[in-house]
Design a protein around this ligand. Structure first.
Ligand code: GMT
Length: 391
């Protein structure tokens, strides 16, 4: 199946009228920033924007033919003198090419490093000021990677050079001010979800086929990086499983997967833990959960928690970071200090033991997702921002 239109030749001149032409630069992986970028691009395309994704592989949520959507692959040349292929430069050149060939009105980069730097270079190469750059900060580009001494100055520079800067939560906006003291206003535009796609299962709560009758499903999904604290998920589950018939479903992959598998084995719950690996259609999995755990060290927003909430699933998320802008503790979910193992287990036990509580919280979660984080309203805000820079 053709995943998206690969466009090589069409010129801006002579193309049918569109609302505007935007280049979207993102990581194509299953991480939250790439997903937000892809869902935003798809939504803009449905509204009549011509959207050009510029990245090194097809973004995971871009599948099937989509009207108005183009994909431009960045290829990095390697040479023995390079210790690492210079992706930042190849990306800058590709942005320039796409902007010139397709008459882009602006480029919107997701995740500052190195995308905002490449966009800055591209803009300088085209004609300073001719290609407005919007940068969206997602979290670890500020809180972890951008903070490293070898990246700090250039991250700050590229943010300050952007025409508009957004952050996915007030927490991240404050953190960026605190850590980078950037001389640019940062606007908060939160993550969003399509409530038509992510919704509670219709016709009763279904279950995974591998469950025994009466068993509950605890779920976690992430890129298995250390910041996600998958170890806490496994430890919490191991304690729950001694009291409540349940299974743990882990979705995603990454550097900590092996340790998680080992931990499950050492805690004696190996046969109750299912590693599904990277899954593209989270909307089919999340509604099967009775409880979703996201006990990260910190989260700037927690997109997957929002998707679980839209599916009516009670979420226990970390209390560190911007998750309190999403989850109202005790009402539309729970916020727990990830280092407080007792509180994590006690809260999870309450949700799994008390069906009425789980139902009430799940319904409130769905309501909050629909009322405050629906795709349509959030994409309106990005469009308004674009109009400011393109006039
Ligand atoms: O969480 C990750 O490690 C992936 C990362 C990314 O950039 O893909 O996620 C960040 O961006 C998401 C989308 O805006 C946010 O929902 C996540 O909270 C944020 N992750 C962290 O702050 C750890």
């Amino acid at each position: 199946m053709i995943a998206a239109r690969r466009c090589g030749t069409c010129k801006a001149k002579g193309l049918p009228a569109v609302r505007g032409r935007v280049g979207i630069v993102c990581y194509p992986t299953s991480g939250g920033s790439g997903i937000v970028a892809t869902e935003l691009g798809l939504s803009l395309a449905r509204r009549g924007w011509e959207v050009h994704f510029i990245t090194y592989a097809l973004p995971v949520r871009l599948k099937g033919f989509e009207e108005n959507v183009f994909f431009h692959e960045v290829q990095t040349a390697n040479y023995p003198v390079f210790h690492h292929p210079p992706y930042t430069l190849a990306l800058a050149v590709k942005i320039t090419e796409v902007a010139e060939t397709h008459g882009l009105d602006l480029v919107h980069v997701h995740y500052a490093i190195p995308h905002a730097v490449s966009a800055y270079l591209a803009r300088q190469m085209i004609l300073p000021g001719a290609l407005p750059v919007v940068t969206t900060l997602h979290g670890t580009d500020i809180t972890l990677v951008g903070m490293q001494p070898s990246f700090h100055k250039i991250t700050r520079f590229s943010i300050e050079q952007s025409d508009r800067v957004t952050a996915v939560s007030e927490f991240l906006r404050r953190k960026t001010d605190e850590l980078f003291a950037v001389d640019r206003p940062i606007r908060v535009i939160p993550n969003f979800v399509d409530p038509e796609l992510f919704h509670p299962a219709k016709g009763g709560h279904p279950a995974f086929p591998f469950l025994d009758p009466g068993e509950k499903t605890v779920m976690h999904a992430s890129n298995f990086r250390p910041v996600k604290r998958v170890d806490i998920v496994v430890r919490t589950f191991a304690r729950l499983a001694t009291e409540i018939p349940s299974r743990l479903v882990l979705v995603g992959d990454g550097p900590e997967r092996w340790q998680a598998q080992e931990l499950a084995r050492s805690l004696g719950v190996e046969d109750r833990v299912f590693f599904l690996g990277i899954q593209e259609r989270m909307e089919t999995l999340l509604p099967l959960a009775d409880l979703f755990l996201l006990p990260s060290e910190h989260e700037s927003f927690g997109l997957v928690a929002l998707e679980a909430m839209a599916c009516g699933v009670p979420v226990i998320a970390t209390s560190h970071g911007g998750t309190n802008e999403l989850v109202e503790d005790g009402a539309s979910g729970f916020l727990v200090d990830p280092d407080d193992g007792e509180a994590m287990v006690a809260t999870a036990r309450r949700v799994l033991d008390d069906g009425a509580l789980a139902l009430r919280v799940g319904e409130a979660a769905r309501r909050r997702a629909v009322e405050c984080f629906s795709e349509a309203a959030v994409v309106d805000r990005y469009e308004a921002l674009y109009r400011e820079v393109v006039g």
